[in-house]
Design a protein around this ligand. Sequence first.
Ligand code: FE2
Length: 552
Amino acid sequence: MLEDQRWQPVPGTIGAEIYPFFRKPDVTCSNAYVIRTSGDILIIDTGADAGQMDRLMLLIEEALRKAPRPVTLFITHCHIDHCYQAIRDRRFRSIPGFTVAAEEAGARVLESGDTIRTAAELMGWEIEPLPVNLPLLSARDCETLEVGGGITLRRQAIPLCSGDPLVVYHTPGHSPDSVCIRFGGLLFIGDLLFSTSPGVAGVAGWDQPALLASVGRIRWILAHEPVNLCCPGHGRCIPVQAMPALLDRLEAEAERLSGIGAFDRERLDDSLEHTADLLQEANRVFTVIAGRLDALAYRLEDLGEADEARRYLELLKSDRIDEFLEEFAQFADEFRTGKKIEVQLVLKAVQVIQRIESHFAGDRLNHIVDASLLRRTDRLLTDFMNTIMGYQDTVHLVATDLPSVLRDTVAGLSTLPFSDEAFIEAADDPATYRAELVVRLAYLPLFEGVALSLDTASPSLPPVLVDPERFSDEVVGVLGDLAAAGAVAIRLSLRQEGDAVGLLIQGSDVFSARRLRFYRRKFGLAGASLAISRDGTGLFLVLQAVNRMRQA
Ligand SMILES: [Fe+2]
């Protein structure tokens, strides 16, 4: 393994040494590597951090003072987190015999100062053109190998003054210009292993078939070339023995990503908006769930069921969701004060969501929290990931008789989830009795004292295109908000609106602009568009009638 920021020998070379700058994986700056041989100084990526660049320059200046040598910067791909300092810091350009080497397509991107392909636009950073004087892997300079499965691999050996072997391989997918660079037994693999990460998959130039083919190329390289250690663009080195499992996982994840959308400025803006809504909604939902568990434990304790009470309190403590949300809130504060950039905030949200998903004990709560709230909590997490990944095919709309869906929804809210008969029957069996008791104690009569009415209007409403379960769950969410805000009467009225069907929900006036935006997104995913009713007294949902679709 290689140690951070220390000179150490490069296996498979004649006395070459490497000085790595490892960083915790972060989109704003990559690792950098400095190599000194008897005849050359090589740099693999500079990263984007000015402090890292200063330390890197000191190493180069010191090496050049000892013996003047040509200095070559190899760029694993043109993403700005790998080469921003090469573009910004002009000290490089005054080194005599300094060469910048990049794959030929990447060279064009860098030389034109392309803000899209370098991802500079996503990061909100300004760049200028970077001259590349050694374009790599052009057809005349490289050999093309058959590596099996109909895949070819472009390989180019670069002669060094020291005579050490340096070979560049074309491994597109993460970006068209991604390369792997082998120096002795080290293989620099750039962002290959991050290609399927949310916020990375789908960036300009990302190509799923090319990525899958490159997984095959890397497998070939590892099997046929003398590699001991893989050096990634972010994070620590990986022993070659650990690579097959990582490549299997990368391949499986890449296979699943065929439907993703482009991760561009528009998606980033949408993701940022969703991130803000997600934080607020997650706080609401998990506060409600924690409140229910807490109240349940208190009542159980009161009834002498101390063990059962402890079980629920432990469930509450073990999920650690408070902790994750608090961490996210702190990160959001850092974003607001300019310490973090937009992409980082979105990726932090992804990390927090993934942690919540793996800790949230939804399946153990299904007799305590109503199913509709649990489904909404679940969707909170998956919908957010779908926004980031740009999945379009997640909405499943079916022709539905809306009056009957709403009748069931309203009836569900007015029906107790337990019965006296079941309770009496359970009296002989302690476990069943406790389960029945828990359901009773956990029940929150949210709509008690609220007059819920449903007016299905004319009997001849056409069927509408909707995801009925999603729609019903979101209606329950809206009704719950209205009830929690003190509405004593909530009225749902259906009516035909030209070629569409409208549902007006009137209760109290509780919706902030952000909450409306949140519901607009959620109802949108259920197939309904949301507006404020014309007279401002309620929410108005418009659903497309099936007849209109048929005629169109
Ligand atoms: Fe990258």
